[in-house]
Design a protein around this ligand. Structure first.
Ligand code: MF3
Ligand code: CO
Ligand code: CO
Length: 261
């Protein structure tokens, strides 16, 4: 579907959806620790989203096609070499794991989409550096956003942070427009050339969600139809925010209380 420019009322609805999604990650902060299963994280978040927030967990039942079943859980948990779309399971997290928890909620018909890297126990220096680089890359992309900037400017800024650190940018998955629809146009690539691509306009809402591999950028899809892993089994990290293009810059709709822009 095409690009949607959000009216002021729709922007308010996106703010509320973004705040709701961010609050789920805040709620999970003390819950994620060694020994907890990703399935328990899912169940804990599902209960919070539906019963406390009164929202719908967007991943649950999403995206079924001829080639894959609908997503079976309420959020994605991507551990270590899983790039994205990991399915919560009964496997416990162990010390040293890094896990991306990706939350999308629907509030009053609008989506908020955001993810966070949890470091379980005390991860190694390499894992920490990868996680921090992925976060810096996301913020470098966010800082570029304003009316008149181009999609290639975002991609370039993200890519530079990642490649200067010696890591690679996943090409097979990208950010996306978001609103009443979970994945709208435009696609937000996390690599690119400055001054190329569509111009940003006030009222656009989209995600920036770079996936960063410690090794090569190629990915492989597991037979479950969802789980994406690094082809070379290297570690992968990702952070995601939903942003709004404002009159003179950017507003991060999924900002958490532990973050400063
Ligand atoms: N939240 C993911 C994103 O950032 C999409 C997950 S789709 C699912 O776009 F079906 F796997 F949940
Ligand atoms: Co997204
Ligand atoms: Co997401």
């Amino acid at each position: 579907m095409g690009i949607t420019i959000k009216t002021p009322a729709e922007q308010d609805a996106m703010r509320a959806a973004g705040r709701a999604a961010a609050s789920v990650l805040e709620h999970l902060q003390s819950f994620v620790k060694p020994g907890v299963t990703t399935g328990a994280i899912n169940d804990h978040a599902h209960q919070y989203v539906s019963e406390v927030l009164g929202c719908i967990p967007a991943p649950l039942g999403y995206g079924g096609t001829a080639d894959r079943p609908p997503f079976p859980k309420s959020l994605c948990t991507s551990v270590n070499h899983v790039v994205c779309h990991g399915i919560p399971s009964d496997k416990p997290l162990k010390k040293g794991d890094i896990v991306n928890v990706d939350v999308t909620v629907i509030k009053d018909g609008f989506h908020g989409d955001t993810s966070f890297m949890f470091m379980v126990g005390e991860p190694g220096v390499l894992a920490k550096r990868l996680v921090n680089t992925a976060r810096e890359a996301m913020w470098a992309g966010i800082r570029v956003v304003r009316p008149g900037a181009r999609l290639g400017d975002i991609g370039h800024a993200v890519q530079q942070v990642i490649e200067r650190a010696g890591y690679s940018v996943v090409r097979d998955y990208c950010g996306h427009g978001i609103g009443r629809v979970f994945h709208e146009d435009p696609q937000i690539l996390h690599y690119g050339k400055p001054g190329t691509g569509m111009e940003l306009q006030e009222g656009m809402t989209f995600t920036i969600e770079p996936m960063v591999n410690a090794g090569r950028f190629e990915t492989r899809l597991l037979p479950d139809g969802w789980t994406v892993v690094t082809k070379d089994h290297s570690l992968s990290a990702q952070w995601e925010h939903t942003v709004l293009v404002t009159k003179d810059g950017v507003e991060v709709l999924t900002l958490r209380s532990d973050e400063t822009p």
